[in-house]
Design a binder for this molecule. Structure first.
Ligand code: ADP
Ligand code: ZN
Length: 431
């Protein structure tokens, strides 16, 4: 297995810290050219010289999505406008979009990070890489596209949708690696089966890169088993380039966050104090290698924890857990805090649950009601009341032990839940 950036991937912890400090100073210098940070730095007398150790990171201001919105379009740009070569706009799942600009060198750096991730998974120039994510403003399309090309793969830019076409491309070109959002990988699987094909025998898949959406280990295992391929979790967000901020190595025990390019803090979202390794907090990230738009201490709102200990693969870049939730997708019902991932985790343990799911919150007769809609396997006869009652009962039981309240469960035929065109809508709050 060859690493794409062996020197940076296997850098020892001390050298990594030195590199981070050097790059942090450069980042502060670069950021001070953007009107937003210039104002803040001047107010608190911050210069690159104020940063004498990595500990000094905490002297720097936090940046929020609201700051990025308020600074639209020019307040965060640190280079002359004619050096910008691309702008990506966040998909705006949770409100007004924000713009992130890149110079050519920013794009080259990001592309290198994507290639590094793919190589770490075992993907090589011999692979045929079908990129099933949106090629528009969404960073997953162009991000993975250029990264896979940089590695030397044969790239099929199939983009999203048109599932039958995706399947015939997979067969015609013997696609060995795909990039997809996990909800689409599930949908694709059902379409392959519905066409009478066996995903293991009739396809040639070896690698799946799954990202952009939270998903559980149960979902990953289910996809790996069905496709007979390994699935790697890819984490990122547009504000920090997009995919390839963190990625799983072949140990598949958490995702290495590339600490040569991003400084990682895990903070308690309320007190903003650091939380110890192993404890869930909000990921707060600082770009270390971006010139058009450095971002300092960005509050991602993504909740995860650092896995303690070293990874047997030898990379010392710390590993983060799966995203357990986004601070804005948690919902409270009957006084209990719940994340959609807890529901997914319980559902995916039941083999008869297939395809997609969605959580509906309603207010009926003065009470909050939570209904979990789950698509089920065609083997399940939805007209057989006894079978439905048994499955419902067992799902309610599994959900209750995960989320501590008793939800309603509604079984839906495969393909019967509309989770929207892009990232799956997991929660509909009608209260
Ligand atoms: P938006 O914030 O508008 O959805 P992005 O496309 O930049 O725009 O989405 C980034 C977000 O997607 C992350 O902050 C995170 O919540 C989610 N995300 C991305 N990759 C993963 C992943 N592998 N696991 C869980 N969540 C992810
Ligand atoms: Zn590793």
């Amino acid at each position: 297995m060859t690493a794409f950036h062996p020197d940076l991937e296997f850098i020892d912890s001390e050298d990594l810290k030195k590199l981070q400090l050097k790059r942090l100073r450069q980042t502060v210098d670069q950021a001070s050219r953007a009107p937003h940070y210039k104002r803040l730095f001047e107010k608190s007398n911050i210069t690159p010289g104020s940063i004498t150790s990595l500990e000094d990171l905490k002297l720097l201001p936090l940046t929020t999505k609201a700051d990025l919105r308020a600074g639209f379009p020019y307040e965060f740009i640190s280079v002359p406008l004619d050096e910008l070569v691309r702008v990506h706009v966040s998909s705006g799942t949770t409100g007004t979009p924000t713009a992130v600009y890149h110079t050519q060198s920013d794009l080259d750096h990001w592309t290198g990070l994507v290639a590094r991730c793919l190589a770490m998974a075992g993907i090589s120039k011999a692979d045929v890489f079908q990129n099933m994510t949106g090629y528009g403003l969404f960073t997953g399309g162009l991000g993975l596209h250029y990264g896979a090309e940089r590695l030397g793969c044969l790239v099929i830019p199939s983009s999203t949708g048109n599932t039958k076409r995706q399947i015939s491309l997979m067969r015609q070109f013997k696609t060995s690696a795909i990039h997809a959002i996990p909800s689409y990988a599930l949908k694709l699987l059902e379409s392959i089966r519905a066409m009478g094909l066996d995903p293991k025998k009739d396809l040639h898949l070896e690698y799946m890169v799954l990202g952009a959406e939270p998903h559980t280990d149960e979902t990953r295992l289910r996809l790996e088993e069905a496709y007979g391929a390994k699935a790697f979790n890819c984490y990122g967000l547009s504000e920090l380039n997009g995919p390839a901020v963190a990625f799983e190595c072949r140990e598949q025990n958490g995702s290495h966050l590339w600490e040569d390019s991003y400084l990682l803090e895990v903070l308690d979202p309320d007190t903003l104090e650091p939380v110890p390794d192993g404890e869930v907090g909000e990921l707060v990230l600082t770009t270390l290698a971006r010139s058009a738009m450095p971002i300092i201490r960005y509050r991602t709102r993504d909740l995860a924890y650092v896995l303690p200990g070293d990874c047997p693969c030898g990379r010392r870049h710390r590993r983060i857990s799966r995203i357990v939730g986004r601070s804005d997708d948690m919902f409270i019902i009957k006084g209990v805090n719940i994340y959609p991932m807890q529901v997914e985790s319980a559902l995916m343990k039941e083999p008869l649950v297939r395809g997609n799911y969605q959580i509906h919150l309603t207010h009926e007769d003065g009470m909050d009601v939570m209904t979990v809609k789950a698509e089920v396997s065609p083997e399940m006869d939805l007209d057989n009341q006894d079978a439905c009652r048994n499955l419902t009962k067992s799902l309610v039981h599994a959900l209750r032990s995960e989320i501590l309240i008793t939800p309603q469960v509604s079984l839906v035929k495969l393909g019967g839940i509309d989770t929207g065109p892009g990232k799956a809508i997991r929660m509909v709050d009608e209260r």
